[in-house]
Design a protein around this ligand. Structure first.
Ligand code: G4P
Length: 527
C-alpha cells in the first residue's frame, strides 16, 4: 500500500464524539446518525437503555441496575464517501475520567444542547476539555419538536457563557414546539419535515420553494426570514479557520427523535470536521499521517463483557496502515508487541480488524502492560504527549477486607491504576496497605469496589477523605506543604508525580497567599 492510499483513507475519515448533559438526547442522536448513515437498519438499535435492543456494552451489574453505560464503544458508519468513527462518551451525571479521555482521541465534537435547557453542567465540563485540547466543536440544538427557548437566545448563551462565536448553518421555521422545517443559510433552500408513520425511521423531507413556503407557513416563515436577515446583518457566518482553531462553532437545529435535521448534521460533520492530521510527538515534530503506523492508547478496559473476560486496550491510529499480526514497539518499554488479536468493538459485538488507518480505533485484547497514554509504533521512534490526568475531586482510602487476600488486592489496585479506572496515590501516612484512590466522579469508586470483589476476588472497604481540591507540586515544596494544617501530599503510583490535596478551595487560596514560594500547579480541570 502506497503512502498515497494511506492519505486517501485518512482523508475520508471523521473521528468525533458527542458531548452533552444526560437526557439531552445523545443516545437518540447516535441512533439517528447511524440510521441515516445506514449502519443500522432501524432506530433503537444502538442504545442499551431499558426496553431497547442494546449493543452498547453493559458489562457490569452496576450498569444494568442503574441503566447507564460505563464503558464506551466505537460506532463506525459510512456516509457517502466518508467513514465516520463515533466514539461514545459514557453518559451519566456522575461520570469519570474515561469520558474525558475519549476526547483525547477525537478530531471534533458535537455539542448537543436540549433546546429548552441550553448549556448544562456536564456539557460545560466536557466543553472545557475540548477547549483545552483544541478540539473543534459543532453545536446541535436538539428537541426542536417541543417547546423550548428562542434560537437567538440560545446562540447568545453559547457566545456569552463559553465564548464560542456561533455561526448558524441552518435556521428553524416555526418556534420550538411548532417546528416546520429548516432553511439552509448557504443555499436558502427550505426543507419541510414530517413525521414518519409509526415514529421510528427517517422523517419525511420535502424541499419547498420559497414562494410556496411563504404562503403555506405564514407568520412562522416571516419570522424566520426576519431572523435570517438579522443573522446576515451581524455577519454570523462560519469562518472555517476559526472553527478549526476552536473560536467559532457552526450551529444546527433539529430534533433527533423524529429525525429532523440529522442529515444536515451528518453532512456538516463530513464537510467541516477535520480529517486526521499530522500529530505532534512529544518533541513537537508532527508525524505525517502517511508515516509508518503509530498510535496511542487512550483507554484500557478489563472485563467489558462476561463473554469476553479480558483486557482491551483502545488505540487511536495517528499514522500509517495498521495490519493485524504486525509487530509493534511499545514506546515506554521498547518491547515488541504482536498484534494477533486486534478487534473493532461495536458495542457488545466485536469483530476482528485486519486493517486500520489514521482516525480509526483498534482494540488490542490481552494487551497486558499497556497503559493509557502509551505510544505504539511500527517504525519510530515516536512518543505522543501523555494524555493529561484530570483534577480529582473525590478521595478514598481503600483497604482489603480480608488480609489473606493482600496479593489479589495489590494486583487489582495496580491493574485499575494502569487502566486509569481511578488514580492510585501512595500516602506516607498510611503506607502501602492503604492507598488513596482519587476520582473525578464518585461512581468510579463504586466501579472499583465492584471489580475488586468480582474480578480480583479481593473485597475492599473504603473511607472517604475530606479533600476536594488537588494541585501538582514538586519534591522541593512537598515537605513544607505536608506540614501545613489540613494539607496532605500524595504520590501518584503511576508516574511518581506529587499531588497536594486540600479540603476546599478556600484552604488552597490561603496556602497560596501565605506561601507564594511553594509550587502548586493546577491540573486540567474536570469541572
Ligand atoms: P441521553 O442519551 O443524552 O441521556 O438522552 P436520550 O437519548 O436517552 O434522550 C433522553 C430523552 O429525550 C428520551 O426520552 C428521548 O426520547 C428524548 N429525546 C431525545 N431527542 C429528542 C427529540 O429530538 N425530541 C423529543 N421530543 N425528545 C427527544 P425519555 O422519555 O426519557 O426516554 P425514552 O423512554 O423515550 O427512551
Amino acid at each position: 500500500m502506497s503512502s498515497r492510499d494511506v492519505e486517501t483513507e485518512a482523508a475520508r475519515r471523521r473521528t468525533f464524539a458527542v458531548i452533552s448533559h444526560p437526557d439531552a438526547g445523545k443516545s437518540t442522536l447516535t441512533e439517528a446518525l447511524a440510521l441515516h448513515a445506514a449502519a443500522i437498519g432501524e432506530a433503537g438499535a444502538v442504545h442499551g437503555k431499558s426496553g431497547r435492543r442494546g449493543v452498547t456494552s453493559d458489562w457490569m451489574e452496576i450498569e444494568r441496575s442503574r441503566g447507564i453505560s460505563i464503558t464506551s464503544a466505537v460506532l463506525r458508519f459510512e456516509f457517502g464517501d466518508a467513514l465516520l468513527n463515533l466514539l461514545d462518551t459514557p453518559g451519566h451525571a456522575d461520570f469519570s475520567e474515561d469520558t474525558y479521555r475519549v476526547l483525547a482521541a477525537v478530531d471534533a465534537a458535537i455539542m448537543l444542547l436540549d433546546s429548552a435547557k441550553g448549556l448544562e453542567a456536564q456539557t460545560l465540563k466536557l466543553f472545557d476539555v475540548c477547549r483545552a485540547r483544541g478540539v473543534p466543536v459543532i453545536t446541535f440544538v436538539n428537541k426542536w419538536d417541543r417547546p423550548g427557548r428562542e434560537p437567538l437566545e440560545l446562540l447568545d448563551e453559547v457566545e456569552q457563557r463559553i465564548g464560542l462565536r456561533p455561526a448558524p448553518l441552518n435556521w428553524p421555521v416555526g418556534v420550538a414546539g411548532d417546528f416546520r422545517g429548516l432553511v439552509d443559510r448557504a443555499t436558502g433552500d427550505y426543507t419541510r419535515y414530517g413525521r414518519a408513520p409509526g415514529g421510528a425511521g427517517l422523517a419525511t423531507e420535502e424541499v419547498v420553494p420559497a414562494g410556496r413556503a411563504a404562503a403555506e407557513e405564514g407568520k412562522a416563515w416571516q419570522a424566520a426570514q426576519e431572523e435570517l436577515a438579522l443573522l446576515d446583518e451581524i455577519g454570523a457566518d462560519l469562518d472555517d479557520a476559526a472553527f478549526r482553531s476552536g473560536s467559532d462553532t457552526p450551529v444546527l437545529f433539529g430534533a433527533a427523535l423524529p429525525n429532523f435535521g440529522v442529515r444536515a448534521l451528518l453532512e456538516t460533520v463530513r464537510a467541516l470536521a477535520p480529517a486526521p492530521s499530522p500529530r505532534p510527538g512529544e518533541d513537537g515534530t508532527p508525524r505525517p499521517v502517511d508515516a509508518p503506523f503509530a498510535g496511542q492508547v487512550f483507554k484500557v478496559q478489563a472485563g467489558m463483557d462476561r463473554a469476553h473476560r479480558d483486557r482491551l486496550a483502545f488505540i487511536r491510529v495517528y499514522s500509517g496502515k495498521f495490519e493485524r499480526g504486525m509487530t509493534l514497539t511499545h514506546a515506554p518499554t521498547g518491547r515488541p508487541l504482536v498484534t494477533k488479536y486486534a478487534q473493532t468493538v461495536f458495542g457488545r459485538d466485536r469483530s476482528t480488524v485486519d486493517v486500520a488507518y489514521p482516525g480509526d480505533v483498534i482494540g488490542l485484547t490481552n494487551a497486558a502492560g499497556l497503559t493509557v497514554g502509551d505510544t505504539l509504533y511500527a517504525r519510530g521512534p515516536v512518543v505522543f504527549p501523555p494524555i493529561p490526568a484530570f483534577a480529582p475531586e473525590h478521595f478514598m482510602v481503600v483497604r482489603t477486607r480480608d488480609n489473606s487476600k493482600a496479593k489479589q488486592f495489590r494486583k487489582g489496585i495496580d491493574q485499575l491504576d494502569a487502566e486509569g479506572a481511578v488514580q492510585v496515590l501512595r500516602s506516607d501516612l498510611r503506607g502501602d496497605q492503604a492507598p488513596v484512590l482519587a476520582a473525578v466522579g464518585p461512581l468510579q469508586f463504586e466501579v472499583v469496589a465492584h471489580r475488586m470483589e468480582h474480578e480480583f476476588n479481593a473485597p475492599v472497604e473504603m473511607n472517604r477523605l475530606d479533600y476536594t481540591v488537588a494541585r501538582r507540586t514538586d519534591p522541593d515544596s512537598a515537605p513544607a506543604l505536608a506540614r501545613l494544617r489540613g494539607v496532605e501530599v500524595l504520590t501518584r503510583t503511576l508516574d511518581g508525580s506529587l499531588l497536594a490535596v486540600f479540603p476546599d478551595k478556600w484552604r488552597l487560596r490561603a496556602v497560596e497567599r501565605e506561601h507564594p514560594d511553594l509550587t502548586l500547579v493546577p491540573l486540567l480541570a474536570a469541572g
